[in-house]
Every structure is written in structure tokens, then in C-alpha cells.
Design a protein around this ligand. Structure first.
Ligand code: AMP
Length: 562
């Protein structure tokens, strides 16, 4: 296994293999296997382009050979930052095939995040979209390549962008080569953690564990060759990529339709045109779809199931899905680290609306513990710990963090607060990790605080979530002013300063309030409970600055009207 990763204990791995949980599948070989089975059926639809399974396998083999010719090889880490285009799927599988390990990045990431991912993974290459939504990713990649000696290979989607050390993806194309197989227990790719610490961590996902996850969820959701899955959210989200998402649908011989954006406009049109049967969204997107549904006469009758997850789904919103969109609802709780829980097709309506269902695998182990790590009485609320065949055993190159994030016997501390109903269903009650979940995006409070504290005039910063009707939560920053001649930096000044530092837009504070001091707990830590209560109190005079309603980062959603 790649150095810096934590394998499952040998006897656990042996048990997973012996019991057929892990079947020794190399993700890089899947497109060829699918092509044998589903040949001329449509694998991918993007705009007017329709790609058959045979064509997809061919492109993957040719691109894999093309990457190898460019010097990309086994063990190389390659940061992959592409939107919902066929090239994402082709490049990801081609890199698997070549033994390289893509690091899935969000298109909303900017200099701070991309530099961190490149440094942490010691990436030797970067695949980017060129200019996307007004941002020049190639210029950024060039700048990083000049700073980071390891980052030698830059590939770009945009055809016009070649030259000067940057290779257009259209040129990553060569006659297929006989390439060595991957060790299925090795890392296939890296997902990003939602983050509890200042800097995001990398989640190694192995061939074995991801093949198991996608197969298990595909079966649970009942995928078949008739499935038409709409990738409405970004494909690099674990939810879209493999819950069962893109990989699960392709494994089942269905069709994946890539939506450029999760707007109701785009997605309703695609659902109607492609007769989509399944899609997955975050609650913020579901709410906007419901609003749009009032005005839209699109034919959504093909849609059988809508998965909603990634953030808390209010029961009131959940209750509107079937009556207003005409499809079944599946609640999904999960994390890029592994564990997934889902409601089941035969669950009673009350459970579907009010719980996050059961773990998807019988091999998932779940514990609910109190602050001392002791199991709570049955039905009690506590921190959710988990381990299992597709839940990581350690973040990449993070030994100190791993010592805190895992118990000695390998359970991952999720930072989520949960209880288990007598029927074994999970209810997520909140979280203890210091994270804001804004429109489904996860933002580590510590990361934003660290950047805010660099702005002249700011002596201290504490970031907490504040409830929001549309985004679920927003980012509320309490600041202590350092004094001095320039006065308190306004919200606009702070946002501009953070953007200037290269922080992704979705991490910028929505609201800011200056306080004389930050409240402390008896142990001398910032008391975020007090600050959260202050932020959430609707009766408080609203003397803070507010940036106004905004769309979630991964969409071009219209600004909701209030
Ligand atoms: P990510 O790895 O980015 O998908 O983030 C995982 C985290 O999102 C979980 O640990 C939870 O904090 C949160 N989350 C995911 N799904 C749900 C859900 N259905 N309800 C509440 N929180 C959720």
C-alpha cells in the first residue's frame, strides 16, 4: 500500500476477502469489463454527446496510454479538478488504469486549497478545466508548478490552452498499452475530508473498498440496465461518484447523465429529455427544486427515486418530496471517509421522513459513545463512531491527527452526534466537530479563522454556523478588533482579503460581528456553544453585517428570493 496510508489490520482484511466482501477488483479494469457486458449501450450523456460503454472503455485505454507516455505512472498523485464533463470520468479511470492516484478537488477550489492538495499529496501532476466560470485555473497551476518542484505535469481540458508546459487533454491519446494490474488493496484515489482541522485531510480510498461500497449501494438502491442516473451535483463528491452515483450506475449497465449544474432549469430539462430515474442532491438543492416545481411544467414522471443527503434534511422539506416531485425519497447520511446510512425502499413513511436509515452494509460497525468514550444507554445520543470494510483507517500522512480521529481499535470518530432507534435506524442529532455545513459544502471553522486572523485590524476570530432557511447554515464570524487607526474591517473588506489570499468563495464569512472579547470555557477554549446561541438568537438586535443571500458554491443557482 502507498506509504503514508493506514491499511486495515491483516486479519480484518483477510476476513473481508474470505467472506467475499472484498473481491479483488481493480477499478482501472472496470470500463473494459463493462464494455464486454454492455457494449453498445449508452454509458454517458453530456449535452448532445452520447458515449457507449465500448467507446468509454476505448477512451479510457487510449488516455491511460497517453498519460503513461507523458511520464505518469504507478503511485503518482495527480490533482484532478474538472467539472461534470465526460473527461472527468475518462481521466479518473485512465489514471486508475495507469496506476496513478487522482486527488479529487472541487472546481470551486482556489490557490489555497490547490496548493495545499498538491503539497500534501506531493502531486506530480494537475488536470484542470482551463478557464472555468471566469477563473483561470491554468494560470494558477502554472504559478504552483513554478513554486512546487514536484508538480511537473499540467494537463488542461480547454483545447486552446496548450503550450508552455501545459498539455491539452485532447493530446492525451495513444494506442493502448499492456499495463500492469493494480493491487486491489492499494489506494485508487483520494477524496477530501469535510475537515475539522484548519487544513483539509486526504482520504485514501482503495480499489477493494470503493468497489465494495458502490456494489453494495447499487444493489440496495436496485440499479439495473434501465437506470438513468443524473449527476446533478459535482461528480467529484463521494455522493455523486459512488453512492451509488456514477460508478454504481456504470457497474449496473445504466446510463449516467452529466448535468452542468444542479439548477432546476438544467436538471428538470435533463430529467424530462433523458427519462432520468434516479438522482442525488443536497437539501439546499432539493428546496430550490421544490420552489421551481411550482412554475415548471417539465415532465418528471420518470424520476423514481431522489436521494437527499450531505446535510440535515428538515422533516418539513422531506414531507414535500413525494407529493410535489412525484418520486420516492431516500435519506442518505454519509461521509467521504466511508460509512453510509440510507433509508430502504420498504421503510415506513415516518422512518423515511424522520431518520437517516440504516448502515448500507451488515459489516458496518457503529457505536454511540459519551464524552468519555463509553457507550451510551440504548437510544441515547452521543458521538457516532464507526469502522467497516469501506471506512478509512487513517487519513493520508496525518499521524498526529489520526491518533485523535481513531480509537485504538480502529473506530473512526465521525464528530457527528447520533442516536439509534429501537429498529436500528440512525438519527443524526447534530455534531461536535467544528464545521459549518453551508448548502452541503463543509467548511472547517479553524481554516476560516486562521485566514481572518491575518487581516490587519483583526486580533481574534471565531467562526460558528448560523441556521439559514436556504443554505441550512451560513458562516458567522465573531471578531475582536485589534484597535488602530483603520477601524474595524467591514465584511466586504474581510471577504476581499480572504479572496486575495486565494481562499475558495464558499468559505468566505456571510456575517460578521465585532465583540470586545471571545467567551471562554472553564478550560480556556473559545466557547462556541455560547457564540452559536448568540448567532442563532432571532430576537437579538441584528447589528451585524450581512452579505445577503447567496447560492451554494457548486452551483450557479439563482439567488433565492426572501
Ligand atoms: P462529506 O464527507 O463532505 O460528505 O461530509 C460528511 C459530513 O456531512 C458528515 O460527517 C455529517 O456531518 C454531514 N452529513 C452528511 N449527511 C448528512 C445528513 N443526512 N444529515 C446530517 N448531516 C449529514
Amino acid at each position: 500500500m502507498l506509504e503514508g496510508c493506514t491499511p486495515w489490520p491483516a486479519e480484518t482484511a483477510e476476513r473481508y476477502r474470505r467472506t467475499g466482501v472484498w473481491r479483488g477488483i481493480d477499478l482501472g479494469t472496470l470500463p473494459r469489463a463493462w464494455a464486454k457486458e454492455y457494449g453498445s449501450a449508452t454509458a454517458l450523456v453530456a449535452g448532445e454527446e452520447r458515449i457507449s460503454y465500448a467507446e468509454l472503455a476505448d477512451r479510457v485505454e487510449r488516455r491511460a496510454a497517453g498519460f503513461v507516455r507523458q511520464g505518469v505512472g504507478p503511485g503518482d498523485r495527480i490533482v484532478l479538478q474538472l467539472p461534470n464533463v465526460p473527461e472527468f470520468v475518462e481521466v479518473a479511470f485512465a489514471l486508475f488504469r495507469a496506476g496513478a492516484k487522482p486527488v479529487f478537488s472541487l472546481t470551486s477550489h482556489r490557490a489555497q486549497e490547490i496548493r495545499h492538495l498538491c503539497e500534501l499529496s506531493e502531486a506530480s501532476g494537475y488536470v484542470g478545466p482551463g478557464v472555468f466560470r471566469g477563473f483561470d485555473h491554468t494560470a494558477l497551476a502554472r504559478q504552483l508548478a513554478a513554486e512546487l518542484p514536484a508538480l511537473g505535469k499540467l494537463f488542461v481540458l480547454d483545447d486552446g490552452e496548450g503550450g508552455d508546459g501545459v498539455v491539452p487533454l485532447s493530446r492525451i491519446d495513444a494506442d493502448p498499452l499492456p499495463l500492469p494490474a493494480n493491487d486491489p488493496s492499494d489506494v485508487a484515489f483520494f477524496l477530501l475530508s469535510g475537515g475539522t482541522t484548519a487544513l483539509p485531510k486526504l482520504i485514501p480510498r482503495t480499489h477493494d473498498d470503493y468497489a465494495y461500497q458502490t456494489r453494495t449501494v447499487a444493489r440496495l438502491v436496485g440499479l439495473s440496465t434501465e437506470t438513468v442516473y443524473l449527476a446533478a451535483l459535482p461528480v467529484e463528491f463521494n455522493f455523486t461518484w459512488g453512492c451509488p452515483g456514477v460508478v454504481g450506475t456504470l457497474s449496473s449497465g445504466g446510463t449516467v447523465v452529466l448535468a452542468p449544474d444542479p439548477t432546476a432549469d438544467d436538471c428538470f430539462r435533463l430529467i424530462e429529455r433523458e427519462r432520468v430515474t434516479l438522482t442525488s442532491v443536497v437539501p439546499t438543492v432539493a428546496r430550490l427544486w421544490l420552489e421551481e416545481r411550482e412554475w415548471s411544467d417539465a415532465d418528471l414522471s420518470s424520476l423514481a427515486l431522489l436521494q437527499i443527503g450531505g446535510a440535515r434534511l428538515e422533516p418539513e422539506l422531506a414531507a414535500r418530496i413525494t407529493p410535489e416531485l412525484g418520486c420516492r425519497l431516500q435519506q442518505v447520511f454519509g461521509m467521504a471517509e466511508g460509512l453510509l446510512t440510507m433509508s430502504r425502499p420498504d421503510d415506513d413513511i415516518h422512518s423515511v421522513l424522520h431518520t437517516q436509515g440504516r448502515p448500507v452494509s451488515d459489516a458496518d460497525e457503529v457505536r454511540i459513545v459519551d464524552e468519555r468514550g463509553e457507550p451510551v444507554p440504548p437510544g441515547g445520543t452521543g458521538e457516532l463512531l464507526t469502522r467497516g470494510p469501506y471506512t478509512l483507517r487513517g487519513y493520508y500522512r496525518a499521524p498526529e491527527h489520526n491518533a485523535r480521529a481513531f480509537t485504538e481499535d480502529g473506530f473512526y470518530r465521525t464528530g457527528d452526534l447520533a442516536r439509534v432507534t429501537p429498529e436500528g435506524r440512525l438519527v443524526i442529532e447534530g455534531r461536535i466537530k467544528d464545521v459549518v455545513i453551508r448548502g452541503g459544502d463543509k467548511i472547517a471553522a479553524g481554516e476560516v479563522e486562521a485566514h481572518l486572523q491575518t487581516v490587519p485590524g483583526v486580533a481574534a476570530a471565531a467562526v460558528v454556523p448560523v441556521p439559514d432557511e436556504y443554505l441550512g447554515e451560513r458562516i458567522y464570524a465573531f471578531l475582536v478588533h485589534r484597535g488602530g487607526p483603520d477601524g474595524q474591517p467591514s465584511l466586504a473588506v474581510l471577504k476581499a482579503a480572504l479572496q486575495q489570499r486565494g481562499l475558495a468563495d464558499f468559505k468566505l464569512p456571510d456575517r460578521v460581528e465585532y465583540v470586545p472579547d471571545l467567551p471562554l470555557t472553564p478550560l480556556g477554549k473559545i466557547d462556541k456553544k455560547v457564540l452559536s446561541a448568540v448567532a442563532a438568537d432571532p430576537t437579538r438586535p441584528r447589528d451585524w453585517e450581512c452579505s445577503g443571500p447567496e447560492r451554494p458554491s457548486h452551483t450557479a443557482l439563482p439567488t433565492p428570493t426572501r
